[in-house]
Ligand binder design. Structure first.
Ligand SMILES: [Zn+2]
Length: 151
């Protein structure tokens, strides 16, 4: 199991405990190279966080896909790649549910981008929401700008 942050192959287990009523083992791991922690689950057969698409179709959550979208939004912006990886690969950990609507992923990604870079945030917003007019777009930015300010 390589570290999702630095790809280091040397990780140690910090703790293990049963999860999901005993159908899984949740392990906290710490990377020996970079010191960051992440979680792995061991299961008999399945199963990742499921994403419910707008169409109603379900697919397994793919952190690489999320990272890809974030990277596009952050292209040539002064955003630390590590922060993006942290968000994308820590995402599944944050969601304490077996499934999530794709809209909810978008909203969480927006909140995250809002906290790191305004331009990336607006780029992501314009792609993520299918605005039918400039007014709608501005309305949405105004609404979302009421989110907590940068840390
Ligand atoms: Zn690492």
């Amino acid at each position: 199991m390589n570290c999702p942050y630095c790809s280091g192959s040397d990780t140690r287990v910090v703790n293990s405990r049963p999860a999901d009523e005993g159908t899984a083992i949740r392990r906290r791991r710490e990377c020996v190279s970079c010191g960051r922690r992440f979680t792995t689950y061991e299961r008999a057969q399945f199963e990742a966080l499921m994403v419910i698409k707008r169409s109603g179709r379900r697919e397994a959550f793919n952190p690489d896909k999320l990272l890809g979208k974030l990277s596009i939004a952050c292209n040539k912006r002064p955003v630390n790649e590590k922060q993006l990886r942290e968000f994308a690969y820590g995402f599944e950990d944050e969601i304490q549910a077996p499934e999530i609507a794709s809209e909810e992923i978008g909203v969480r990604a927006l909140k995250f981008l809002k906290s790191v870079d305004d331009v990336a945030y607006i780029r992501f917003l314009s792609v993520y929401r299918d605005f039918d007019s400039v007014d709608r777009f501005i309305e949405e930015i105004t609404r979302l700008s009421e989110l907590p300010p940068k840390k």
